[in-house]
Design a protein. Sequence first.
Length: 295
Amino acid sequence: MHSGRSLTASGGQSAGSRPTIHRLAVTWQHPVGRAIQPVAFLTFRGSRYRFHYIRNAATVTDFRPLLGFPDLSTSYESPHLFPLFAQRAMDPRRPDYERYITSLGLEADATPWEQIGRSGGPRQGDTLQLFPEPTVDQNGLLRCSFLVHGIRHIANQELPINGVRRTVSHDELEKTLGRLRTGDTLHLIEQPDNPANDHAYLTATGDGFPLGWLPDLLVDDVRALAAHRVDVTVEHVNGPDAVWHLRLLARLSAQTPPDYRPFSGAKWLPYSHAPDQPNGPAHDVGKPGLSTSGQ
């Protein structure tokens, strides 16, 4: 069994050159098994929002259609952000709005779409999370930002890293997070002994200190591009006053082979493209989204 091969990161791009995110993968976490699976895409192209389920939704155990989107085979469109997602952005009138937006590494005038794309739009006790689709530019460079997952589970547990079991303390973790700066190099280390996913990657500092995990949604693409250059750097770090899932934002880039497309394959196709489903027209919701509420 091989283990420990790391993908080294260097460099980075300015925030102003970050590509615009047009599509978010909608994921659902099983309330018991805790597995996270993509079930739909939410798209925004400047004036209209579109939601459609993907084929994978039909294979996810216990998954049921989401509120406001009852038909797996229908594509939903609206000039307004759908209520289910609008309520996942924070209202600018909230007294803690500025602190929250700063913790996301966004500007004060960030739109609800930018908020949910950066934060993932989690809500207490919820099973949904959003994830930006990586972009590939005309030169074949793939880019995406991701929140490092599971940071709160790193401290005081034994982790298999490079074939050696290691335990770090809460104080060590906090000190390491506190030393990180934007642009610092990070590594992705294969963790084949991970009990939840034998394809998991730990996100670690240059000297191998574990910080958390690469989101499972990116694992297939990182594996596919492992023979190419995969770079990861620190994009934004928050202090211990921030919630755990917002502590560390990283930026990933990789050179791709010709015609490479992330989040592709049969499971990512629209559910309406399944062989036994008709390709019907989009359903225009046409109703304004609910007023946004707090996190």
